[in-house]
Design a protein around this ligand. Structure first.
Ligand code: COA
Length: 160
């Protein structure tokens, strides 16, 4: 058993992500949930807000650590000497991008490997942007995100 990093945008964290974290904890002794930056995206929540939401929603799991990084995933991983990244795979459409990311990370740091966990079927089409959109339009997001995240989204969109 080893430590793994679960990197992502987490804008915001959803039940789909939490399911991946819970399952990763049964494989790895420790999971570092890393709020990272995809430069092609613009975000609703700041890294600090995301870290707070993840800490709140993973409080029951003492083997989870939450951190954030502005740089390359491999640089963070090398600095901490963590060799494994966990990623969730949803539909087939995720595969090509994930494949490219895993191979690029491996090229940047030969000791880096990626482990993929299949997303639970009911979260197959869940994404943070869908959750943001439903929240923005005042819809019910309680089956997608925990109450703490729901409250933050409502506040952001003035539906509090
Ligand atoms: N359940 C629900 N939704 C899920 C999910 C799951 N299990 N797994 C992924 N998603 C969704 C996310 O909510 C997100 O939705 P959105 O696009 O609507 O916001 C989408 O799938 C993909 O998000 P994520 O997994 O966060 O990937 P990303 O492309 O936003 O970010 C990083 C990937 C941040 C890990 C990557 O860009 C990175 O490593 N950045 C650091 C810089 C770096 O090293 N770059 C080089 C990488 S090769």
């Amino acid at each position: 058993m080893d430590t793994a990093i679960y990197p992502g945008s987490f804008d915001p964290i959803t039940y789909g992500h939490l399911n991946i974290i819970e399952r990763a904890l049964s494989i790895f002794s420790r999971v570092v949930v890393l709020v990272a930056v995809n430069p092609q995206k613009s975000y609703l929540f700041s890294p600090g807000e995301k870290v707070e939401m993840i800490r709140e929603t993973t409080r029951e799991w003492p083997r989870v650590e939450v951190d954030h990084s502005e740089g390359l995933l491999v640089e963070y991983a090398r600095r901490r000497q963590i060799h494994i990244a966990v990623r969730g795979l949803r539909a087939v459409t995720d595969f090509e991008g994930e494949f490219a990311m895993a191979l690029t990370n491996r090229t940047l740091w030969q000791e880096m490997d990626t482990v993929f966990l299949m997303t639970r079927a009911d979260y197959m089409y869940l994404s943070s942007s869908v959750v943001r959109q439903v929240a923005q339009l005042g819809g019910d997001i309680s089956s997608f995100v925990p109450p703490a995240v729901e409250g933050r989204l409502r506040a952001k969109f003035g539906h509090a």
